[in-house]
Write a protein that binds this ligand. Structure first.
Ligand SMILES: C[S@@+](CC[C@H](N)C(=O)[O-])C[C@H]1O[C@@H](n2cnc3c(N)ncnc32)[C@H](O)[C@@H]1O
Length: 221
C-alpha cells in the first residue's frame, strides 16, 4: 500500500509537458475531422432519441467505466438526463443498476460522441471526466484528453467540466490546456470520503492523493 501522499502513477515527466501549449494551440486552429465509425453513429442515434424524450438538462459522464458515477450523478440530479459513455462493453456489462431512471450507459468512443454532439449543436450542463487513462509516459501526451485533437470540442460542448485524477501533473496539464481554450479553471485536492467511481474507491483505499480540475466558461456562471 502507498504511504499517504504517494501516487501509483510513474512517469518520466516531473511537471507539465513542454510541448503542451504548442500542441493545444495547434488543435485550436484546426477542426478534428476523423471519420466517425458506424457503431459511434449508432450510439449517437440512441443519445438523440433519449434527448428527444427528455425535458431537462444533459449531464455527460465520459469514460464512465462501469457507470457507478453515472447512476450516482443521476440520483443527485433528478431533473437531468445523465449519459455515461465508455468504449468497453465489458466494463458497461458490470454496471450495477440502480432505481434512478434518468440515466443511460452508452457504448462508444467519447471523442466521436463529442464531435457528433457539437455538430448537432447539443450542449450539456455538466461534463464529468473521472479518472481517464493517464497515459503517463512523456511520449503519450497526444493520448491524454487535453493532448488529443478533439480537446477543443469540450469547450464547445459547454457546461462546467470536472476532471479527476490521481496524477497531479495530469490535472495541472488539463487546467493549463483549458486556460488556453479561454476557460476559467481551479485545481484542488479531493477528499474522497464518498467515492463517486470504482477507481476513486480503489485509490482512496490506497491512501492516494486525488486531484480535481473544474473548468468553466465565465458565460456559464
Ligand atoms: C481508468 S478507467 C476509469 C473508469 C471510471 N471513470 C472510474 O473512475 O471508475 C478509464 C475508462 O475509460 C474508458 N476509455 C478509454 N478511452 C476511451 C475512449 N476513447 N472512449 C470511451 N471510453 C474510453 C476505458 O474503457 C475505461 O473504462
Amino acid at each position: 500500500m502507498n504511504r499517504k501522499g504517494n501516487t501509483s502513477v510513474y512517469s518520466n515527466q516531473s511537471s507539465i509537458h513542454n510541448d503542451l501549449a504548442t500542441l493545444v494551440q495547434k488543435h485550436m486552429t484546426s477542426t478534428w475531422q476523423e471519420p466517425i465509425p458506424l457503431h459511434d453513429r449508432e450510439a449517437m442515434k440512441k443519445i438523440i432519441a433519449l434527448l428527444e424524450a427528455h425535458d431537462g438538462p444533459l449531464i455527460l459522464d465520459s469514460f464512465c467505466g462501469t457507470g457507478m458515477s453515472t447512476a450516482k450523478l443521476a440520483s443527485e440530479h433528478p431533473k437531468a438526463l445523465v449519459i455515461g459513455i465508455d468504449k468497453s462493453a465489458d466494463r458497461l456489462r458490470r454496471h450495477v443498476q440502480t432505481q434512478s431512471c434518468n440515466y443511460r450507459l452508452i457504448r462508444g468512443n467519447c471523442e466521436h460522441i463529442w464531435a457528433q454532439l457539437v455538430s448537432a449543436n447539443i450542449v450539456c450542463e455538466q461534463h464529468y471526466l473521472l479518472y481517464p487513462n493517464p497515459w503517463p509516459k512523456k511520449a503519450q501526451l497526444k493520448r491524454r484528453v487535453h493532448g488529443h485533437p478533439s480537446f477543443p470540442l469540450l469547450k464547445q460542448l459547454g457546461g462546467s467540466i470536472e476532471i479527476r485524477s490521481n496524477w497531479k501533473i495530469y490535472v495541472d496539464e488539463f487546467a493549463a490546456a483549458s486556460q488556453l481554450l479561454g476557460l476559467n479553471t481551479e485545481v484542488k485536492s479531493l477528499s474522497a470520503t464518498e467515492p463517486l467511481t470504482l477507481f476513486e474507491r480503489k485509490f482512496a483505499a490506497n491512501n492516494e492523493n486525488l486531484w480535481v480540475c473544474r473548468a468553466y466558461s465565465s458565460l456559464s456562471l
